[in-house]
Ligand binder design. Structure first.
Ligand SMILES: NC(=O)c1ccc[n+]([C@@H]2O[C@H](COP(=O)([O-])OP(=O)(O)OC[C@H]3O[C@@H](n4cnc5c(N)ncnc54)[C@H](OP(=O)(O)O)[C@@H]3O)[C@@H](O)[C@H]2O)c1
Length: 330
């Protein structure tokens, strides 16, 4: 199959290019810059330079490429930090989820491309009522906390536009598995605390598994929405200490809700105390997909083994630690 990937240079895009090629597909991948597009070529795909927010350019590119399938993996999240106002931090991504999706779908219609798979997101999406783990049929949060109304709406817009067009929206869990994963730095610096009872539930997915599920989704008919998450949705109080240990960092701090609200705003409090996780039962059942990393427990340890090794050496030489070690041995 001839597959066009919008956003082929990203954390998931690069893995997706490699896995599609391995599976025998022909891949055309986009980047906004010619230099980054060369990375796509190095992976064995045909590169194309494209800004998804330019609908005329999208039309020209897709008509020229003549793909049989389109994958939308474009986001602007790589350097984004979690903040009190997610709508501000996610503004560009929200445009890509609305305008970028519209541009790709319009051209897909015109070019008669019937396979369409797009990146959506499962975390912090489901209504904060009832049980801790949600399926695709469970209601989404229609009263999002302050600072994330537009972000939530943009994800729902994408889900709806894609499925109405007969495509597949993949609600990925929190990505991990790369050396620049968003959680690494805040967890290492102990800037990511356990808030209140730490009962907010998160769902994770290793980037290799996210790409693997995307390859399989491309081989299935839509319309459909799938949670692409691992087998173990878990409260922050459970996964955060394990992540800190995997990174060779000190254990996370504990913040009361009022203090977390000051530093991380309502989105941070919601994530830490109320968020719901997602179930992958439908993706397993209908796509026949199984994650290679069924739990973040083994996934974090494997993904961050090198990082933990690199932090543990200097840490053991640090004067403060040496002092502690001396007094402990007395
Ligand atoms: N995906 C999520 O919802 C999410 C949520 C929270 C945190 N994160 C964190 O973000 C990290 C990155 O994840 P990711 O793979 O989604 O993002 P990424 O690595 O930044 O990849 C984004 C892709 O979108 C492309 N892109 C950006 N703006 C574009 C535009 N205007 N037109 C066309 N393409 C555009 C980029 O291409 P060029 O720059 O080459 O043009 C790149 O290929 C993850 O490691 C994760 O920790 C992700």
């Amino acid at each position: 199959m001839r597959v066009f990937i919008a956003g082929a240079t990203g954390a998931i895009g690069t893995r997706l290019v490699a896995q599609l090629i391995e599976r025998g597909h022909e891949v055309i991948g986009s980047s906004r810059s010619p230099e980054r597009a060369e990375r796509v070529r190095a992976l064995g795909a045909e590169p194309i330079v494209l800004d998804l927010l330019d609908p005329d350019a999208v039309r020209r590119a897709v008509l020229e490429v003549e793909p049989e399938a389109i994958v939308h993996q474009a986001t602007a999240l790589a350097d984004v930090r979690f903040s009190k106002n997610l709508d501000e931090s996610f503004a560009q991504t929200n445009r890509l989820r609305r305008e970028g999706t519209d541009a790709l779908l319009a051209t897909a219609r015109e070019a008669g491309v019937h396979r369409f798979v797009a990146q959506s997101f499962a975390s912090m999406r489901y209504a904060r009522v009832g049980g801790p783990v949600k399926s695709e049929d469970d209601p989404l949060d229609v009263t999002p906390v302050a600072g994330m109304a537009e972000t939530t709406a943009a994800m729902s817009y994408l889900d709806q536009a894609v499925t109405e067009a007969g495509g597949i929206a993949l609600r990925y869990g929190n990505f991990y598995g790369a050396t620049n994963d968003g959680l690494i730095e805040p967890v290492r610096k102990r800037q990511f605390p356990i808030v209140g009872d730490g009962g907010g539930v998160s769902s994770f997915i290793h980037l290799d598994d996210a790409a693997g599920a995307t390859v399989i989704a491309l081989e299935h008919d839509g319309p459909a929405t799938y949670n692409i998450v691992d087998d173990e949705p878990a409260p922050v109080r459970d996964w955060l200490p394990v992540l800190a240990e995997a990174l060779g960092a000190k254990p996370p701090r504990h913040f009361p809700v009022w203090l977390a609200r000051m530093f991380a705003g309502e989105p941070g409090v919601m994530l830490g105390t109320e968020a719901r996780g997602a179930s992958n039962a439908k993706a397993k059942r209908e796509l026949g997909w199984t994650p290679r990393y069924p739990s973040w427990r083994q996934g974090f340890a494997e993904a961050y083994a090198a990082q933990a090794a690199s932090t543990s050496e200097p840490r053991s030489l640090a004067p403060a630690d040496a002092g502690r070690a001396r007094s402990a041995s007395r």
